[in-house]
Design a protein around this ligand. Structure first.
Ligand SMILES: [Zn+2]
Length: 190
């Protein structure tokens, strides 16, 4: 025969069991949920890692490509410079050659002029010797005193000499009725 106490005790037992079952189910569900979440998280992590790896790889590739491009450009520039160097040297040599040629031509041109001037000067000096009353030395010293330092450079020419319109040196004298420069050989009579 069942007593009230027994019945209550049984009811409590039943509730306990139910509670335990519910708790177990909850725990199981929770575990499963946790597993799912953790699996998803793991998947996500892997995916992110994979993507990050791919991105790093791409960056590396881009970097390498850029480095290669820079390398190629530098090599090209170096090559161009190396190529340009002998060309510049060649051009400089050419210019030097031209300058030398111009100098030579100028010297060649100047040579006969100098010769003619010297000839005229010699002729003048000979003429001066023939006329002892016009002493070139006396006149020269007079002019040097009068004109001073400014005339020192021109003092090698006769004191009566006038400025030459061609070379701007006071070396033009009258020779045989014709103004002649003793410095550059310029003559008004041609
Ligand atoms: Zn002159």
């Amino acid at each position: 025969m069942h007593t009230v106490g027994e019945a209550v005790s049984n009811a409590i037992e039943a509730v306990k069991e139910t509670a335990q079952n519910v708790g177990e189910a909850v725990a199981e569900k929770t575990e499963a949920a946790v597993a799912t979440v953790s699996a998803a998280a793991s998947d996500a992590k892997e995916a992110v890692a994979k993507r990050a790896k791919a991105a790093v790889k791409k960056v590396k590739e881009v970097k390498e490509a850029a480095q290669e491009t820079v390398k190629t450009a530098v090599a090209k520039a170096r090559k161009a410079v190396t190529k340009a160097k002998p060309a510049a040297k060649k051009a400089a040599k050419k210019v030097a050659k031209k300058v030398a040629a111009v100098k030579k031509a100028a010297a060649k041109k100047a040579a006969p002029v100098k010769k003619a001037a010297a000839k005229k000067r010699a002729a003048y000096e000979q003429g001066a010797k023939k006329k002892p009353e016009v002493s070139a030395d006396t006149r020269r010293s007079e002019s040097t005193v009068a004109v001073g330092d400014a005339a020192t450079a021109a003092s090698a020419f006769p004191p009566g000499a006038t400025l030459c319109q061609k070379c701007n040196v006071a070396a033009t004298i009258l020779m045989d009725g014709c103004a002649t420069c003793l410095n550059c050989g310029y003559s008004k009579c041609g």
